[in-house]
Design a protein around this ligand. Structure first.
Ligand SMILES: Nc1ncnc2c1ncn2[C@@H]1O[C@H](COP(=O)(O)OP(=O)(O)OP(=O)(O)O)[C@@H](O)[C@H]1O
Ligand SMILES: [Mg+2]
Length: 316
């Protein structure tokens, strides 16, 4: 009888412990998921205190303006840079399980450069790209891109930021099958902001060597030509930064080199900063800056003094 009572008590105690553990896990997960929001809330509160305790009217006014700018994410890049990252961390959480994906990343990219990001599968390349391009919010750290601090911006202001500043080229071309080459490129033009300078359609078609194909539909084109249309669509927006995640992943050597050269030509002709993610180490030779990512950290940064053209590099 006594033993049975003891067993029951043990079971109840174990259940209690499991409940406490689960509660603690949930609490931790919530903290990690909201790490960015919580940090902003804290910063806002201490800034407000600073404003309230300021007695000088002029200084108070200045602080209030500073507050508005900071929490709208208005912050200047350092001179000549289009990207300034300091102390970037990224967590992904699934229920109570949080993974720390990017670890305390610092990075500076001058405007108009060609950057290539290399690293093993799962090392965090796309995550970094998605954060710089405003698709994914950082968990902590300053991520200043073209005078916007993405850490302080909410989803809708990051969407506006993308509209104004960013274009993407992906491995899959994502063209609209019922539209011709020129119409597909115009989709990008329609995404361009009013105050951004237009790049003429003839110029785009010429740069991408698509003038002859302009009235054709995607199914009538080769893989390389389709990728060039998707590059054209990205270019028509005239972005400050062009991001490419495995842009030649679906192409053979000849077509891959052609597409890569098109991206390099755009960089040269329009001074568009080009940031590419790839598994192909040969891309290092065409870039100004090479970033090696390992387990969510930048393990090496190389600044190239000389660059090759796409046709002069080895491919595999
Ligand atoms: N939305 C997400 N939710 C949860 N985990 C994610 C998410 N996106 C990425 N991860 C995880 O983050 C890690 C890095 O992924 P990421 O896509 O950045 O790798 P990658 O270097 O681009 O790899 P690949 O070369 O295979 O494309 C992986 O462990 C991945 O499972
Ligand atoms: Mg990836």
């Amino acid at each position: 009888m006594k033993e049975e009572k003891k067993k029951k008590e043990n079971k109840e105690n174990n259940l209690k412990l499991i409940k406490i553990e689960n509660k603690e896990k949930k609490r931790k997960s919530k903290i990690t998921q909201n790490i960015g929001k919580e940090k902003i809330k804290e910063e806002k509160n201490s800034f407000k205190k600073k404003i309230n305790s300021e007695s000088n009217i002029e200084k108070k006014k200045k602080l209030k303006n500073e507050f508005k700018r900071k929490f709208k994410g208005i912050e200047s890049n350092s001179k000549g840079n289009i990207v300034d990252i300091k102390g970037l961390n990224k967590y992904f959480c699934n229920g109570s399980n949080c993974e720390h994906i990017l670890h305390n990343i610092d990075l500076k990219i001058p405007r108009g450069k060609v950057v290539v990001i290399l690293g093993a599968s799962g090392s965090g390349k796309s995550t970094l790209l998605n954060i710089i391009s405003g698709l994914t919010p950082p968990s902590s750290g300053d991520v200043i891109v073209n005078n916007n601090n993405l850490f302080y911006m909410n989803d809708s202001s990051r969407t506006k930021f993308r509209k104004l500043n960013i274009s993407f080229v992906f491995q899959s071309y994502n063209l609209i099958p019922s539209l011709t080459v020129i119409e597909n490129i115009k989709v990008g033009e329609n995404l361009r902001s009013k105050n951004v300078e237009e790049i003429k359609m003839v110029d785009i078609l010429k740069t991408l060597d698509l003038t002859v194909q302009s009235k054709k539909y995607p199914f009538q084109l080769s893989g390389g030509q389709n990728q060039r249309v998707s590059i054209g669509r990205a270019l028509a927006k005239n972005p400050n930064i062009l991001f490419a995640d495995e842009p030649t992943g679906a192409l053979d050597e000849k077509k891959g080199k052609e597409a890569l050269q098109m991206l390099l030509d755009i960089n040269k002709k329009f001074n568009t900063t080009l940031i590419m993610v790839t598994h192909n180490p040969n891309f290092q030779k065409v870039s100004d800056i090479v970033l090696h990512i390992k387990d969510g950290t930048i393990s090496n940064i190389i600044n190239n003094k000389t660059k090759k053209t796409a046709k002069d590099i080895e491919w595999s």
